[in-house]
Design a binder for this molecule. Structure first.
Ligand SMILES: Nc1ncnc2c1ncn2[C@@H]1O[C@H](COP(=O)(O)OP(=O)(O)OP(=O)(O)O)[C@@H](O)[C@H]1O
Ligand SMILES: [Mg+2]
Length: 304
């Protein structure tokens, strides 16, 4: 069974704002799906639709076979959601908040406590377990929200910007946890994020949304193929006497655009034969960030 299926999903708001426009998605179980796109693209709206927090204007969707417009409480039993504003109780301690939610989901007091403490440890919040949330920093709250989303061992996690407001060390830690949940526990993750470098490390597939429309979807490899504009090869050499087109980079290296790695030996041979010394050759594949901008540029007419 697919973890998520979305067909022709649209959401129009009362102000005529089209937040999601004929969206189609199909996400396998165990996938870490990176849902990317600029501010206002429609990512959060999609998460809310998938959780039954909003009703679609058109189209349909299922989460592990359940329809969020009719069975949202069933979906909540097996899903964990981290959105911008997680409802937590400021006057309660970290562990009490987690235990409260554990019990809401039907765990016993004992189970809630054990699981809560173990999540606090994984998220490096043990020291703050017995402190009220009024004394938590933004990043501490954000990590506690993630612990809350995980308290009932969900099989699917919806994470909307889980690392916003976190310091670099906590970002690493949270990303490691997400990766571990997917790899070792088979949890499906639907991850909205602007942090493309981390997305590239932890996601197994992607969807790129802009103005409510899906511009591309697939693995990094397939997105690379869609946006391939040539392999950039950087060469450090003492001089160049070549007819082939190249660019001189700011670090003094020369950059060539080839159609594949197979052309590298021939190029190096030519450079050497022309009397130059070659010190290094490196070929760099397009990063997720480069792909993201290339796709957005190609995107709809609004981007010219
Ligand atoms: N309740 C609402 N009423 C009217 N318009 C809304 C509502 N919620 C969202 N929108 C609009 O829908 C569009 C998509 O918003 P959404 O929050 O889904 O974007 P996003 O991709 O999550 O952006 P960000 O990266 O900034 O979080 C935006 O133009 C937004 O203004
Ligand atoms: Mg959002």
């Amino acid at each position: 069974m697919k973890a998520i299926e979305v067909a022709h999903l649209s959401k129009h708001f009362a102000n005529q704002q089209i937040a999601v426009d004929d969206l189609n998605l199909s996400i396998n179980q165990g996938e870490v799906f990176g849902f990317l796109g600029p501010n206002g693209a429609g990512k959060t709206t999609t998460v809310k639709l998938l959780n039954g927090m909003l009703q679609p204007t058109d189209g349909g969707m299922t989460v592990f076979g359940h329809d969020p417009t009719k069975e949202s409480s069933t979906i909540h039993q097996f899903s964990g959601v981290l959105t911008e504003r997680a409802g937590m109780y400021d006057q309660m301690t970290g562990i009490d908040n987690l235990m409260f939610y554990g019990e809401v989901f039907g765990l016993s007091k004992q189970e809630s406590r054990e699981r809560g403490l173990s999540l606090l440890e994984q998220l490096e919040l043990t020291y703050a377990a017995d402190r009220k949330l009024t004394s938590y920093s933004t990043g501490m709250r954000q990590r506690l929200s993630l612990a809350r989303a995980l308290i009932h061992q969900p099989k699917i996690l919806f994470l909307d910007e889980p690392t916003s407001g976190l310091d670099p060390e906590s970002v690493l830690n949270v990303n490691r946890l997400i990766q571990d949940l997917a790899k070792n526990q088979g949890i499906t993750v639907f991850l909205c994020t602007h942090q493309l470098r981390y997305a590239q490390e932890i996601c197994t597939s992607y969807g790129l949304l802009d103005e409510g429309k899906l511009l591309a979807t697939g693995t990094l490899e397939s997105l690379r193929k869609q946006t391939f504009k040539g392999l950039k090869v950087q060469i450090a050499a003492n001089q160049l006497n070549l007819l082939e087109p190249y660019e001189t980079l700011s670090n003094g290296e020369f950059e060539f655009t080839l159609s594949s790695e197979k052309e590298i030996p021939e190029l190096v041979r030519k450079i050497v034969q022309s009397g130059s010394d070659v010190y290094s050759v490196s070929a760099k594949e397009m990063t997720l960030e480069e792909i993201y901008f290339a796709l957005l540029e190609e995107g709809g007419p609004a981007h010219g």
